[in-house]
Design a protein around this ligand. Structure first.
Ligand code: GLU
Length: 337
């Protein structure tokens, strides 16, 4: 029997991966996701996406919650506050993911694949832009689910059979989109034998069963969306609405990444930055004000409109960073430098 999806009106989620400190770009995307939910008066679930055992760090989970609370965001359910759709830590949901994978196997929508070990290792993480690999040539597609038995101890993964043809959705930020997953990566991994689900399967199962109605995330995940829509259909669920937020670029024109340690939220916090200043800057970048106004996220709920969000990437202005810095460093900022 398939688990009930039970979508909750306006329900959104914040889904950080605890792999390193959250940075300025995350702050902007999470703020937007939070405002979109609060605007619709829907519940917000906090979910920790820690499936990549090699990259997830236990201390980063607590740090992500601290960073986002410092920014002024809150959530109605999550690992720290509990809630009706838990557990809210992805690695604790293995049995739920396995049940979904079993349904895909029973329907012959997946096959065991022995190719590309490196890809199998990467599959637990969301594939951000530069992680998108070549299209899978279908080497193992002739196998049936039952053929897994005969593989014995050989490491293998479960690949989803992608049907031909475009998948369309009306993106809440980018407008109508059409992508053909058969040309974009082809059959993709949903599970690693003995090692649990891939990001693609886990995120669909968890968003569906947490009743998420709207997914707001960075636009580097656009290529994952048609794959996830196919999984919703395969599992008999309705996809949520998706909105992809253009990323923040650094002064060098490259996307801000965790490597840019200086703009980690923890660094800004330790330097004594007033989060209201940061929220003001982010709100301006979202088209909510012409000027940066010191403010709390909640101050922008009524004015917030996803449709008014700029569709271009936002380039963070290094001068603005410096100005932020000069405002922030209070002499008594806890003795940290
Ligand atoms: N946990 C993923 C990440 O931080 C986000 C996945 C998603 O929003 O679908 O990259």
């Amino acid at each position: 029997m398939e688990p009930r999806q039970d979508i909750r009106a306006g329900c959104g989620r914040l889904a950080p991966s605890p792999t390193g400190g959250l940075h300025f770009g995350h702050a902007r995307t999470f703020l937007i996701a939070w405002l979109a939910s609060r605007r619709e008066r829907g519940p917000i679930a906090m979910r920790i996406e820690d499936l990549d055992a090699a990259r997830a760090r236990p201390e980063a989970t607590a740090a992500a919650l601290v960073d986002l609370a410092w920014l002024g965001l809150d959530w109605d359910e999550g690992p720290d506050v509990g809630g009706p759709r838990g557990p809210y830590v992805q690695s604790q949901r293995r049995a739920i993911h396995d049940e979904a994978l079993a349904r895909l196997k029973a329907a012959e929508l997946v096959y065991p694949c022995v190719c590309t070990r490196a890809e199998i290792e990467r599959a637990a993480s969301a594939p951000h832009a530069e992680d998108e690999g070549p299209t899978y040539p279908g080497t193992c597609a002739g196998r049936s689910a039952a053929d897994a038995e005969a593989l014995g101890d050989r490491p293998f993964a479960w690949r989803f059979r992608v049907p031909d043809g475009p998948v369309v959705w009306d993106d809440l930020v980018l407008g109508p989109r059409s992508l053909d997953p058969a040309r974009l990566g082809g059959d993709f991994l949903v599970g690693r034998n003995g090692l649990g689900p891939s990001y693609q399967l886990a995120v669909v199962v968890d968003d569906a069963l947490m009743g998420v109605d709207r997914v707001i995330r960075g636009d580097d995940l656009v290529p994952s969306t048609p794959r996830q829509i196919l999984l919703y259909r395969a599992l008999g669920w309705t996809p949520p609405r998706f909105g992809h937020v253009p990323l923040v670029l650094g002064p060098d024109g490259r996307r801000l990444a965790k490597r840019d340690g200086s703009i980690k939220l923890a660094t800004l916090r330790e330097r004594g930055l007033d989060p209201r200043r940061l929220v003001g800057l982010l709100a301006r970048s979202c088209g909510l004000a012409d000027e940066s106004i010191d403010s709390a996220p909640a101050d922008w709920i009524d004015a917030f409109d996803l449709a008014r969000l700029p569709r271009e990437p936002w380039t963070a202005d290094p001068e603005a960073w410096l100005r932020l810095g000069s405002f922030v460093v209070a002499p008594d900022a806890g003795g940290k430098s």
